[in-house]
Design a protein around this ligand. Sequence first.
Ligand code: NAD
Length: 312
Amino acid sequence: MKAVVTGVAGFIGSHLAERLLAEGHEVVGVDAFVDYYPRAIKEDNLRTARGQARFRFVEGALQDLPLDGLLEGAGVVFHLAAQAGVRASWGRDFAAYTSHNVLATQRLLEAALTAGVGRVVYASSSSVYGDVRALPLREDSPCRPVSPYGVTKLAAEHLVHLYGRNHGLPVVSLRYFTAYGPRQRPDMAFHRFLKAARDGAALRIFGDGEQTRDFTYVADVVEATRAAADSGRPGCVYNVGGGERVSVNDVVRRIRQITGRPVEVVREEAQKGDMRDTFADTTAAQRDLGFRSTVGLDDGLALEWEWVRGLA
Ligand code: NAD
């Protein structure tokens, strides 16, 4: 099978590409190296995939690239390219979010339709929900994002499903809940926390630390994404969450234990756009995708710690 992975140089996209290559598929990876974090990190992410003959890399933005040839003959397009990050999505930078997350998705969907691709799997986000009181979050819970980033991820999710409903494009969306593990983006909490622990620096926490998250180990995210191509029901959306609801303060306690370092904490003001709590109901993903979270938080944190210790 030929698979296209957008955002292939990113945290999750690079793991997904390696997984597809290991299965023997041909992978065309696309990435624009947007400057949200350094290109050198993304080049490192790509190193293993680039060493394989069945991998072809195309550099460029989905808004500009000639997409027809790129998608021709693709059994599946995994659409992971996005301008990530909740906190940076306010103010002038919102233009980048609308361009990379909404306009790029619409252009990709048009091209997927023309090329007749077998399936589009879209990487959506738990941030489409916003502050919903009733937990766990189900796919039919109200979606009222509390960040501009969440608004763009939800807008793109709507576009994906419009192309499914109106044009018969077989589409599936996955709402990832806070992915972590090796290659995690440098702006994300565990990466920052573990690096601070390594360097003996104070660890910065936004708000009182009692906000909770459902953290999902990257291999489990990849597994669900891969399964969505085969057994996701067209037109459906699935939560992908690790299954443990843990507060940020609890994460810090675990980090002290895993790293054996004292780790001093500095509290900063709560950030606009951060959700208070996330916790996924994954019944639908279990049923249709055979999804099971296989890596618990302590094991996953230990794996990310090993990776962070090896970083420059
Ligand atoms: P990432 O920033 O590491 O990877 C995204 C990649 O997409 C980057 O390498 C970037 O250069 C590329 N990109 C951005 N806009 C592009 C464009 N217009 N054309 C081509 N390439 C472009 O982010 P990630 O954490 O790996 O996230 C991957 C996907 O999963 C994103 O869609 C994100 O919204 C979604 N997601 C991630 C998480 C998480 O916890 N990491 C949670 C929910 C949803």
